[in-house]
Design a protein around this ligand. Structure first.
Ligand SMILES: Nc1ncnc2c1ncn2[C@@H]1O[C@H](COP(=O)(O)OP(=O)(O)OP(=O)(O)O)[C@@H](O)[C@H]1O
Length: 329
């Protein structure tokens, strides 16, 4: 059948193909000339490298905000460039099919804009699928079974919490506190508590190193002294950084509490016994799953591939017309 399953995220864009698996996984960033602000000069990793070091006359842009299109022209240019990178047969006139994952809370207008832009960018027959449903599908869950599933997707721009069962959404809430906000909280913490100014990429790298490093190993951060402007190194304990992020992660706990209140009792029973599925890059934050387990008392499983399961599920959905009929647009 062929085609592409696409997760157009605020932070990363991931594309899968049924025969080849994940074929693209790149930051959702493009470099544009200031004189032509909607035409991509570079997209993905190459463009991200220039964040914080963009030469005069250029700027880096994120064409999506909170998982939805903010500017039609920029999105068209970005999606077109992504499709050209992966659709090697496109030049023969074979416009590929696509299933695109969208936030469960996207409005009708936002969905329509995405469908329109995807067609113009070169896709034929585009279907949309809610991101949490795609992520569950990509993690081996059957979204059509008569059991309730609860998914927390902690992406770059938004944290989305969605309960679904038997082809329908039971509850959905989102908050703007996610990966970008956590990076920003770290930036502020370093500035206020350690008088250290760092770039956005350095703050994000520190957040990711929390997950990768040993809890006993101190974390060294390089930046500029806020008063003197001189280069300086600061050494931090892992616990200290986890604690600094706690108020931000608690916002997600509050949203999850509200979501659980919306769920019917039988569905809560399913979640208590089966647990909650956490996905999205932010779910890898050190201490995040433990915080949820301690707050709610049910098991929390992180998806095996939290950064790619949404695109994997969207790719699987290309061959699952039943799922697209009940959950798709
Ligand atoms: N190891 C890690 N620890 C903590 N955060 C991480 C880690 N790896 C990636 N992230 C964060 O995950 C976020 C990106 O996640 P993801 O790619 O799932 O988002 P997205 O799908 O692009 O965003 P959205 O769902 O909001 O549209 C970034 O904020 C990134 O800093």
């Amino acid at each position: 059948m062929g085609g592409f399953g696409i997760d157009l995220g605020t932070a990363n864009t991931v594309v899968g193909e049924p025969e080849r698996g994940i074929v693209l996984n790149e930051p959702s960033v493009m470099l544009v000339k200031r004189t032509a602000p909607t035409k991509a000069v570079l997209v993905g990793s190459q463009a991200r490298e220039l964040i914080g070091r963009t030469p005069h006359g250029y700027e880096t842009q994120r064409p999506l905000r909170d998982g939805v299109i903010v500017d039609l022209e920029s999105a068209r240019s970005f999606i077109g460039a992504i499709i050209r990178k992966v659709a090697h047969r496109w030049w023969l006139g074979l416009r590929p099919r696509g299933v695109i994952a969208v936030p469960a809370g996207a409005t009708a207008l936002e969905r329509r804009a995405l469908l329109e832009v995807a067609h113009e960018a070169g896709l034929r027959k585009v279907a949309l699928i809610p991101e949490p449903v795609a992520g569950a599908l990509g993690s081996g869950i059957d979204p059509l079974e008569p059991r309730a599933h609860l998914v927390v997707d902690l992406g770059g721009g938004t944290a989305e919490i969605t309960g679904f069962c038997f082809g329908g959404i039971l509850t959905h809430r989102s908050c703007r506190v996610a990966g970008d906000e956590l990076t920003n909280a770290l930036y502020q913490y370093l500035r206020v508590e350690h008088q250290l100014v760092v770039g956005e990429l350095t703050a994000e790298d520190l957040k990711k190193r929390l997950h990768e490093g040993d809890a006993d190993e101190p974390l060294v951060v390089e930046g500029r002294d806020a008063a003197s402007g001189r280069a300086r190194l600061v050494t931090l304990e892992t616990e200290e950084v986890v604690d600094a992020l706690r108020p931000t992660t608690m916002e997600i706990v509050h949203t999850l509490t509200a979501c659980l209140e919306d769920l019917p009792a039988q569905a809560v029973g399913d979640v208590m016994s089966e647990g909650l599925l956490a996905m999205g890059g932010g779910s890898m934050l050190r201490g995040f799953t433990q915080l949820l387990e301690e707050s709610f008392g049910f098991p929390v499983k992180t998806a095996e591939r939290p950064l790619t399961c949404v695109a994997e599920g969207a790719t699987r959905a290309l061959e699952l017309p039943d799922v697209l009929t009940v959950y798709g647009d």
